[in-house]
Design a protein around this ligand. Structure first.
Ligand code: GLV
Length: 322
């Protein structure tokens, strides 16, 4: 029992991981659903020794400066672009993420979007509900088939490779572009970015948001995509210039887009909202009961390790790189 150590958790999570932490620590969970800005985040973490954060929490240098006891920021997400790693390292604070446990769920959701947008699933659902289904017709709701087509992956890490495996099962050829990877699995082929854009019938984004991927798919690169291609993004919104994407859809250059993430989340570019060729989800890549429970369990394990003076299981930076 260590009633003096305090853990600030910025959102409620499914599963019993937080209850297990409560047996040994003081755990404060923020139940409000509104997003926190830096000031509110710093005020919430306050004197806690550990913070379990969500991907929308801006864990800046200023926040860390205002939280003098903080030893670990356990971001309950695989992405950690919301955390200032350099500042954490300087301040001796561990930063951890939740890799692996969400790979399959996120790959499934990327595929839900690929199928939804190429086969017009949401549009069809609206048609039926709105009483516009007047009987079978040979030309009703024609989409695009995937067999024999090329799936392009911008990013070929854990999630990209899981999306590739599903692509092969759908009879697709897989190309990828990932400067950090040497070889593809099972015939998946690495190509340059230009070749990826020109060669993909479906381009799915699976890279982290970093200074070099921010805005990577701007107007010119979207124009360089294969005419009639589909764009799917389950990674981070700012990799794509949303205004340029709207233009590429409006001009008919791209056939559709499936988006789970947005450039200025939770805002969505108004030009996307009334398009039938776009499927929009509310950043739900890892949103299954099983996966969210495993994410918070892994984050809790990292917190316990650090509070007990051991290195965490899945560090991404901060103290580990200091
Ligand atoms: C979700 O976007 C995550 O990074 O886990």
């Amino acid at each position: 029992m260590n009633g003096t150590m305090e853990i600030a958790v910025t959102a409620g999570w499914p599963g019993d991981a937080l209850d297990r932490l409560r047996e040994r620590y003081t755990v404060r969970v923020r139940e409000k659903e509104t997003l926190l800005d830096e000031e509110a985040l710093a005020a919430f973490i306050g004197g806690a020794h550990a913070a379990m954060t969500i991907l929308a929490d801006p864990v800046t240098d200023g926040v860390m400066a205002a939280c003098p006891n903080l030893r670990i920021v356990a971001n309950v997400a695989v992405g950690y672009n919301n955390v200032d790693l350099e500042a954490a390292a300087r301040r001796g604070i561990w930063v951890t993420n939740t890799p692996d446990v969400l790979t399959e769920a996120t790959a499934d959701l990327a595929w839900a979007l690929i199928l939804a947008v190429t086969r017009r699933v949401v549009e069809g659902d609206r048609m039926v509900r709105e009483g516009r289904f007047h009987g079978w017709r040979p030309d009703l709701l024609l989409g695009r088939g995937l067999q024999g087509r090329t799936l392009g992956l911008l990013g070929y890490g854990r999630i990209g490779r899981a999306v590739a495996r599903r692509g092969r099962a759908f009879g697709m050829t897989v190309l990828f572009h990932d400067p950090g990877v040497l070889a593809g699995e099972a015939g998946d082929r690495q190509v340059g970015l230009d070749a990826l854009l020109a060669g993909s019938d479906v381009l799915s984004i699976h890279c982290p948001l970093t200074p070099s991927t921010r805005g990577l798919l701007g107007r010119e690169r979207l124009r360089a995509m294969r005419p009639g291609a589909f764009l799917v993004n389950t990674a981070r919104g700012p990799v794509v210039d949303e205004g340029a994407l709207v233009e590429a859809l409006e001009s008919g250059h791209l056939a559709g887009a499936g988006l789970d993430v947005y450039e200025r989340e939770p805002e969505v570019h108004p030009g996307l909202l009334d398009r039938q060729d776009v499927v929009l989800l509310p950043h739900a890549g890892s949103a299954t009961v099983e996966t969210r429970s495993r994410m918070v369990e892994l984050a809790a394990e990292n917190v316990v390790a650090v509070l007990e003076g051991r290195p965490p299981r899945t560090p991404v930076g901060g103290r580990s790189t200091a």
